[in-house]
Ligand binder design. Structure first.
Ligand code: ZN
Ligand code: ZN
Length: 159
């Protein structure tokens, strides 16, 4: 629960401040600030639990304007969450697209990342966006995808 989290944080702060002189006003301030914010967040957590219990017992309609406000917030939260998911998906799509483009611009021979629109590697002249290569099971030579016979040994490549 949140209480444990803040308890842990408080313990950490106490651990850190124990290296500093305890009568230092700055240390005292830090300790008291930590204690106050810890208690405040504990208070909020318990208030939320009480609120939830009251909602469960009396129903949201019993809370008039505040109940309506809560319903409105929940509705907004729902649509905001949907927007969040949508934005995440869009970001992932853009990143996947960029990764694909980067892969196409990366030289299969020397690994150089070339500028957009380049068809030949600026470093070694190899053709970019080359088809994936397969390994000939017969001689171990590299055979471009779509080529039916190994150029080294004539082995028929499986489709
Ligand atoms: Zn290259
Ligand atoms: Zn071969």
């Amino acid at each position: 629960m949140a209480g444990d989290l803040f308890g842990g944080l408080g313990g950490l702060m106490k651990g850190l401040s124990s290296f500093m002189p305890q009568d230092d006003p700055a240390v005292k301030l830090l300790n008291v600030q930590t204690e106050v914010s810890q208690l405040k967040s504990d208070e909020q957590a318990v208030l939320a639990e009480i609120g939830q219990a009251a909602l469960d017992t009396y129903g949201i309609e019993s809370f008039g304007e505040k109940g309506e406000k809560l319903l409105y917030i929940r509705k907004s939260l729902e649509s905001a969450s949907q927007k969040l998911n949508q934005a995440k998906t869009e970001k992932e799509e853009v990143e996947a697209q960029k990764k694909k483009q980067d892969a196409e611009r990366t030289c299969p021979e020397c690994g150089t990342l070339n500028p957009e629109g380049t068809r030949f590697c600026q470093e070694c002249g190899a053709r970019l966006g080359a088809k994936e290569k397969r390994i000939c099971p017969e001689c171990g030579g590299q055979v471009e995808d779509g080529i039916r016979f190994c150029g080294e040994c004539g082995h028929r490549m499986e489709e």
